[in-house]
Design a protein around this ligand. Structure first.
Ligand code: ADP
Length: 394
């Protein structure tokens, strides 16, 4: 049988990110983005090898964008498309793994939507459009939350009245599960350890950031909670704050819930602390030029990350290694080094040269000789979604 092709789709409310994944090729034969959907500026961008192209699709919705994409995909795949994998943000307690999309699973995804009101409805738009356009293809949903369904109850419950959990699903779910799973399996391969017999701490540091404790291939704790706001300092998200902050701002400043929500999700994190940018590259440059806000944002980011990793270690019996991934984790020697400066009690120490070398997609070990393993592992959520889709095809 020749190598199979899977189209991986990640739908936002006005965008579709896509990648064509061939099971035998490391590079994606095709990838791209449809953006500003539903507006006169809607446009489809794609890249095939070195070749980049775009098409104006003014006014196109998700379905029209996918119908423009289909002939491009079929041409690149030589007419051999075997399935579609959809990223879905929230699977609630229904999904502890990927599932084939049919009327029953679609209903379950719809029922979970109140837990992710911004994300699941957008994901559903893409799924429904793709199912209408490709009715004979196997389509699979892969959930950000599913990997964390193995958390023990003492890790996923909040200390609030039980009825809120029982009747309204108020608990910690965790996100970035596809990435945490992918990099922990890669780390086990790189270290010649069985993934079902090794223990890892993971720091996924992109625009969104989370930590995870993984034991024998199962997530045991993670820093995000009911929503992706809990935990670490992120690009524009605050991470943990005093839970009384909402009521304090309402009473002291007369702020509405919407205002507080927008502030915590869109104006906080690295952007809020620095007053400059949510982009770590820009902050590192500004810090070098002595910018006080950028310097503080980096200090808080690293200290809070170290604190989270130390608390995640409570979930593990032993530690085979710490993994850095995501745009910041894969590229910033500074952030890795400053974070580990706070983790001396865990015995972690870096090799400065190895740390400087592992950037721009280079994976490798960066710990000092004789100290616990620290790895840089580029994540690849699209490939993991394709692998999960292929597993359900078999
Ligand atoms: P997303 O979560 O949207 O997928 P990424 O994983 O691409 O985001 O991560 C984006 C973050 O990675 C940004 O803060 C960006 O500045 C940071 N980043 C990318 N390259 C570097 C670099 N060379 N040094 C520091 N940070 C970097």
């Amino acid at each position: 049988m020749s190598a199979r092709n899977i189209l991986v789709i990640n739908c936002g409310s006005s965008s579709i990110k896509f990648a064509l994944v061939n099971e035998a090729e490391e590079q994606f034969p095709l990838s791209g983005l449809a953006e500003r959907l539903g507006s006169p500026e809607a446009v489809l961008h794609w890249q095939q090898g070195e070749h980049k192209d775009s098409l104006v699709i003014a006014g196109a919705d998700h379905r029209l964008a996918l119908s423009h994409l289909l002939p491009i995909v079929q041409r690149v795949a030589d007419g051999q498309l075997h399935g579609i994998g959809h990223r879905v943000v929230h699977g609630g307690e229904h999904f502890s793994g990927a599932c084939r999309l049919d009327d029953v699973s679609l209903l379950a995804i719809r029922q979970v939507a109140p837990l992710a009101p911004l994300h699941n409805p957008a994901n559903l738009l893409g799924i429904e459009a793709a199912m209408k356009l490709f009715p004979s293809l196997v389509q699979v949903a892969v959930f950000d939350t599913a990997f964390h369904q193995s958390l023990p109850e003492h890790a996923y419950r909040y200390a609030v009245p039980e009825a809120l959990y029982r009747d309204h699903g108020v608990r910690r779910y965790g996100f970035h599960g596809t990435s945490h799973r992918y990099v922990s399996q890669k780390a086990a391969e790189m270290s010649e350890l069985p993934s079902d017999g090794s223990s890892w701490l993971v720091a996924h540091l992109g625009n969104g950031c989370s930590t995870c404790a993984i034991e024998n291939g199962h997530s045991r704790d993670t820093s995000m909670g009911l929503t992706p706001l809990e935990g670490l300092v992120m690009g524009t998200r605050s991470g943990d704050v005093d839970p009384n902050l909402h009521s304090h701002l309402a009473r002291a400043l007369g702020w509405s819930l919407e205002r507080v929500d927008a502030m915590l999700n869109k104006e906080s994190g690295l952007l809020g602390l620095s007053g400059l940018s949510n982009d770590m590259r820009a902050l590192e440059q500004a810090r070098e030029q002595g910018h006080a806000g950028a310097t503080l944002a980096i200090e808080v980011f690293c200290y809070r990350l170290a604190k989270s990793l130390a608390s995640m270690s409570c979930a593990l019996q032993r530690l085979d290694g710490l993994i850095f991934t995501g745009g910041i984790g894969e590229n910033s020697a500074l952030i890795r080094s400053k974070t580990l400066d706070h983790l001396g009690l865990l015995g972690l120490k870096l090799d400065a040269q190895a740390n400087a070398r592992c950037v721009r997609g280079i994976a490798g070990a960066i710990h000092a000789h004789g100290h616990p393993r620290v790895l840089v592992v580029p994540t690849n959520e699209e490939r993991q979604i394709a692998l999960d889709t292929l597993a359900l095809l078999d």
